[in-house]
Write a protein that binds this ligand. Structure first.
Ligand code: SF4
Ligand code: SF4
Length: 311
């Protein structure tokens, strides 16, 4: 009886910190950040927490402090508005991609996706019989003229002032019109209960991370909109070990490489390297730019899937 009471109060304690307990706790990136910033007093009991990017961490209870478990309507409103003054863009340097697929796993951890579900996928490409093959990461292109948003009958998917295209799964009715409308095959449908549904079930839905994921709705790349609020680069950009991704703000004409941390002029990078966007002829105006796979940054022996080329 005593033990049951103590378990109950432990659950209540963790809930007041915005933490849900399963095999391990689940903590949003917001609350972990708060935890990191909190000043440690005396060491005490530790708790296991699963961060939003899939890391299991042990945290001293004294380092936790209550996070504002923001009400759904505030998260929805903030998610719709986007970040004022920003115009986000991504640049993907195909000459550096060697199929490490760290971007894919970081994204899957961040957005509660199974290994067979992709917001970003690394494709093997070959443009003609006698040209060299290459790897091409493909996220949502966050089009400035997006066909996907125009067909949604319930205004569940929309474009924000900062250029990011999101989906509100509190509104999505799962009709899949947007999947048919997207020429880049960037959207996926949740046919089954999402991964770790039990662990995430008590978290308030965060439209900027699309977590918790919901069965019967649509999902896609969000440019890690929740991380951008914390001045962090998207998960995929930070996870790449090979310098493939640049991300930044077109208004400031600056993009930062996720591997080296180097910030460069966006316009110069595109101009000097013959940057392009996918299927420009469709008029979708993508915000993801590609640099051609010329002058590879690694030895290439002609066999794309040779073990030496993959890491
Ligand atoms: S890539 Fe597809 S899902 Fe993404 S904004 Fe463009 S049309 Fe919409
Ligand atoms: S599946 Fe959801 S987001 Fe897509 S068009 Fe239908 S309601 Fe809109």
């Amino acid at each position: 009886m005593k033990e049951e009471a103590s378990n109950k109060s432990r659950r209540n304690f963790l809930k007041s910190f915005g933490v849900t307990v399963g095999a391990a706790g689940v903590v949003s990136s917001f609350s972990l950040l708060s935890a990191a910033k909190a000043a440690a007093k005396e060491p005490g009991e530790t708790v296991n927490l699963l961060t939003a990017d899939g890391q299991l961490v042990q945290v001293d209870k004294n380092q936790l402090r209550p996070t504002v478990n923001e009400p759904l309507d505030e998260l929805q409103q903030r998610g719709r508005e986007g970040i004022a003054g920003k115009s986000f863009v991504m640049v993907i340097d195909l000459s550096k991609c060697r199929n490490a697929r760290k971007c894919m796993s970081a994204c899957q951890n961040h957005h509660q996706l199974r290994a067979d579900q992709h917001h970003i996928n690394v494709l093997q490409m070959q443009d003609a019989d006698h040209t060299a093959p290459y790897f091409m990461p493909k996220p949502c292109q966050h089009c400035d003229n997006p066909p996907c948003t125009k067909v949604c009958p319930v205004d569940a998917t929309f474009k924000r002032q900062d250029g990011i295209v999101l989906i509100d799964n509190e509104r999505c009715i799962g009709c899949r019109f947007c999947i048919a409308a997207c020429p880049y095959s960037a959207r996926i449908f949740q046919w089954t209960e999402p991964k770790d549904a039990e662990k995430y079930k008590d978290l308030t839905y965060n439209i900027e991370a699309n977590v918790p994921q919901k069965k019967g709705t649509v999902s896609k790349c969000l440019f890690s909109a929740d991380r951008l609020r914390e001045d962090k680069l998207p998960s995929c950009v930070s996870a790449c070990p090979n310098g493939v991704y640049y991300f930044g703000d077109r208004n400031e004409d600056a993009v930062t490489n996720g591997t080296s941390g180097e910030t460069v002029r966006f316009s110069k990078l595109i101009e000097e390297n013959a940057g392009y966007t996918l299927m420009e002829e469709l008029g979708t105006k993508p915000r993801v730019y590609y640099l051609p796979p010329k002058n590879r940054a690694f030895e290439f022996n002609g066999d794309l899937l040779n073990e030496e080329n993959l890491h």
